[in-house]
Design a protein around this ligand. Structure first.
Ligand code: ADP
Ligand code: ASP
Ligand code: MG
Length: 456
């Protein structure tokens, strides 16, 4: 049975990292690995920035930014090979940079950056990193095949956040990917990027390489999808907010999906679904500590654990919309009318709390507030609070833990909680606080629920 290994941007950031990745991949070689790579370090950000500069018509500045990106990759190559990298790798890098150079010039000339051109430009990052890693593995004597994932990762044409076509991906994987695989042989390919039926380059949205990995895993029915990153798995909270957060050894698909959706950046929110559908375990591991702890996500993972909660995630900025109507009491279709408005405007709602005469719900920062106000204002009073944060406590056992709400409220004694909601699947308890209180709320909750180690 095969395995998919995905390495994130920080895992391939420089020559030292790439060497580490090569060792991990070499170790996995007997398991017919498919390696999906992100762009190196901040390359994708830099490509987005170059495209934006080009859009302003600043050709020279955009091309300079591109030269810097190319130079960084060439420096990494020089370090990896301690001198001249293989000629075909150099040729690949040069040919690709000429293409991106032309694209940037085109954008600058027209001063127009379509999502379609942007995807073509940013795909450069993954194409480069995967070529470098494949060439390096090959020179270390590992039998390696490089695959342009656009031959397999079929998507629709929603550039910038394309929808994968799983049936097509499964059949293309059979013809394009599986024949390259074998025990002792490594297939190296890209995360994040895909292609439409017409051969146009697309991307799956920022952070989408995790999603690519699980889509590939599902397509080849891999035994495991490994997400290699810069932390020892999914932690009980974002380590940048809670430095004492610890890895969760086992968690369920539902918990991981919920954490990702509520802001835990460690996994792209869509990652889990293909793995759930194919019942493939996903592990999250630390590239610099391959022998260390890691998280395993499975259908039933952690459900037998007595921990009252599994982890805390948070997301900001969000906005809270409160809709009030004294007529609501008597109207059975009131909620229907409200959601009809959100549905028609294509606005996704994350958390809802209802009271007798009012409904509060949370939407993204960029939701079309004026349009929402106008439509809802026709039959109710609408108020909007911006700069809010959503803090979510996630765990399969939340609903089975008596006194949990008291502990949560106790922890929030000094914080003004504006809204509270227990998800309908009952594995998440969400709070809305002012954005300035987000970090404190997460820390206090973590202290109250995980401080003594019982929930690990
Ligand atoms: P990669 O480049 O490997 O895809 P990301 O930066 O996308 O890595 O995700 C890893 C980062 O996610 C960690 O460095 C950490 O700062 C952040 N993170 C946020 N919440 C969590 C969490 N609950 N557990 C682990 N990491 C988290
Ligand atoms: N390189 C892409 C990004 O930075 C995809 C990824 O890393 O997952 O968003
Ligand atoms: Mg990521």
């Amino acid at each position: 049975m095969s395995v998919v290994l995905k390495f994130g941007g920080s895992s391939v950031a420089d020559a030292t990292c790439v060497r580490r990745v090569a060792e991990i991949v070499r170790g996995a070689a007997p398991r017919s690995p498919v390696v999906a790579l992100s762009a190196m370090g901040k390359t994708t950000d830099a490509l987005f920035a170059a495209a934006q500069v080009a859009e302003r018509g600043e050709t020279e500045a955009a091309l300079k930014a591109l030269r810097e990106i190319v130079l960084k990759h060439k420096k990494t190559c020089a370090e990896l090979w301690e001198g001249e990298p293989p000629v075909d790798l150099q040729q690949f890098i040069d040919a690709l940079s000429t293409q991106i150079d032309m694209l940037l010039r085109g954008v600058a000339l027209l001063r127009e950056l379509s999502p379609r051109s942007r995807d073509a430009i940013v795909s450069f990052g993954e194409l480069l990193s995967s070529q470098i890693v494949a060439a390096y593995l090959h020179s270390r004597g590992v039998s390696t095949a490089w695959l342009d994932v656009r031959r397999v990762m079929r998507t629709d044409a929603r550039f910038g956040g394309a929808e994968p076509q799983t049936k097509d991906i499964a059949s293309l994987a059979r013809t394009e990917l599986v024949p390259l695989m074998g025990a002792g042989r490594v297939v190296v390919t890209q995360g994040y990027i895909g292609s439409t039926n017409e051969g146009l380059t697309t991307t799956l949205g920022r952070g989408g390489s995790d999603y690519s990995a699980s889509l590939l895993g599902a397509a080849i029915l891999a035994a495991e999808v490994q997400i290699w990153t810069d932390v020892e798995g999914i932690l009980t909270a974002d380590p940048r907010m809670v430095p004492e957060a610890t890895p969760i050894i086992e968690l369920s698909f539902r918990e991981a999906a919920e954490l990702a959706a509520f802001g835990a950046k460690v996994l792209h929110p869509a990652t889990i679904q293909p793995a759930v559908d194919a019942n493939i375990p996903v592990t999250v591991r630390h590239t610099m500590r391959p022998e260390g702890r890691f998280s395993t996500i499975t259908a039933k993972g952690g459900t037998g654990s007595p921990r009252p909660a599994t982890a805390i995630a948070s997301r900001s900025p969000i906005q809270v919309i409160t809709i009030e109507s004294t007529r609501m009491l008597a109207q059975s279709g009131f909620l229907g009318r409200i959601f009809d408005v959100f549905g028609r405007l294509g606005v996704s709602v994350d958390v809802v709390a209802t009271a007798e005469v009012s409904v509060s719900l949370t939407v993204e920062e960029n939701a079309p507030i004026e349009a929402i106000r106008k439509e809802l204002g026709a039959f109710a009073h609408v108020s909007v609070a911006a700069d809010r944060a959503l803090v979510a406590l996630v765990g399969e056992r939340l609903k089975h833990t008596p006194g949990l709400a008291a502990r949560v409220f106790g922890a929030m004694a000094t914080i003004n909680v504006e809204m509270i909601s227990m998800g309908s699947n009952e594995i998440n308890l969400s709070l809305v606080v002012e954005r300035k209180d987000e970090a404190a709320a997460v820390r206090l909750l973590h202290q109250a629920l995980f401080g003594n180690g019982e929930a690990k």
